[in-house]
Design a protein around this ligand. Sequence first.
Ligand SMILES: Nc1ncnc2c1ncn2[C@@H]1O[C@H](COP(=O)(O)OP(=O)(O)O)[C@@H](O)[C@H]1O
Ligand SMILES: O=P(O)(O)OC[C@H]1O[C@](O)(COP(=O)(O)O)[C@@H](O)[C@@H]1O
Length: 303
Amino acid sequence: MIYTCTLNPAIDYFIQVDNFEAGKLNKVKADRKMPGGKGINVSRVLDHLGQTSKCLGFIGGFTGDFIISELKKEGIEPNFVTVNGDTRINVKLKSDSETEINGVAPAITDTQRDALFAKLDTLTADDILVLSGSVPATLPVTIYKEMIERVSGSGAKVVADTSGDAFKEVVKAKPFLVKPNHLELGDYFGVDVETVEDVKTYGRKLVDLGIEHVIVSMGGKGAVYIDKDLILFAPPAKGKLVNSVGAGDSMVGGFLSEYVTSQDFRKAFRKGAAAGGATAFSVDLCSREKVEELLPTIEVSEI
Ligand SMILES: Nc1ncnc2c1ncn2[C@@H]1O[C@H](COP(=O)(O)OP(=O)(O)O)[C@@H](O)[C@H]1O
Ligand SMILES: O=P(O)(O)OC[C@H]1O[C@](O)(COP(=O)(O)O)[C@@H](O)[C@@H]1O
């Protein structure tokens, strides 16, 4: 079973405003509310690609109720710990450019934290745990590291996609796979990472630090996969950018959907790139049809 964990879910509130002007009254032309947060997006992509997963994390309030009901409609099993406050709302404003305003997480108590950790104790070597997204301010930035340590005896594989100090702590726990984007990779090493050469250099350093598999996404410039024997490049799929929110989560979901069936890293990386592109070219997260359409157009090469 794949378990995704979203410590800080969100309703992603997408709004389209023509010629947005800060400091003025702007009228919304079209809007859409989606269940969001990185792990939840990974679960939705897995579902679109025919794989089952369970959603762990913290959820609360009327916003949390909306997310749970949307997940259930899609047949995805929510297994969250309930918190007292409202799950946040993240505003994704589309005008001439894309602006994101991400909300604040509700408080998490020690008891609620312990309840999440207790759920991890059922994991076995057949399971994959995906730890994705930001850490609520009331939790320590070491929480993902502690979660990885908690499951380490079980043999479950851990995939991590987070940023900032939480990512720095995650690296210390050496998960099975990490997926920073090139900016997050640069932030980790305190350098600018812009080119594929930069990504090779600094991605390899993560492998040297003990992480078996590293995928570095580069938005519209493609992605790089690195392990101790192999470095691969996946060029970006060709298409018209519609929405980049969730492209990274789709890459993780696409990768895992193939990995769990074939254990073939090259094929999984290619599927991840197709899923990332398919989301970038869609209003919602990628559909299976769009991923299958793009898959044959992506040629992964050794670099
Ligand atoms: N404009 C785009 N055109 C084609 N593929 C894209 C585009 N944006 C994202 N992707 C695909 O999705 C992957 C993840 O996107 P990225 O924006 O790097 O992730 P994140 O959301 O984590 O920053 C990219 O590596 C690429 O394969
Ligand atoms: O947990 P964070 O880092 O604040 O990110 C949450 C946001 O990221 C998203 O999961 C999208 O992430 P990506 O674009 O990186 O795939 C949104 O659904 C959500 O609003």
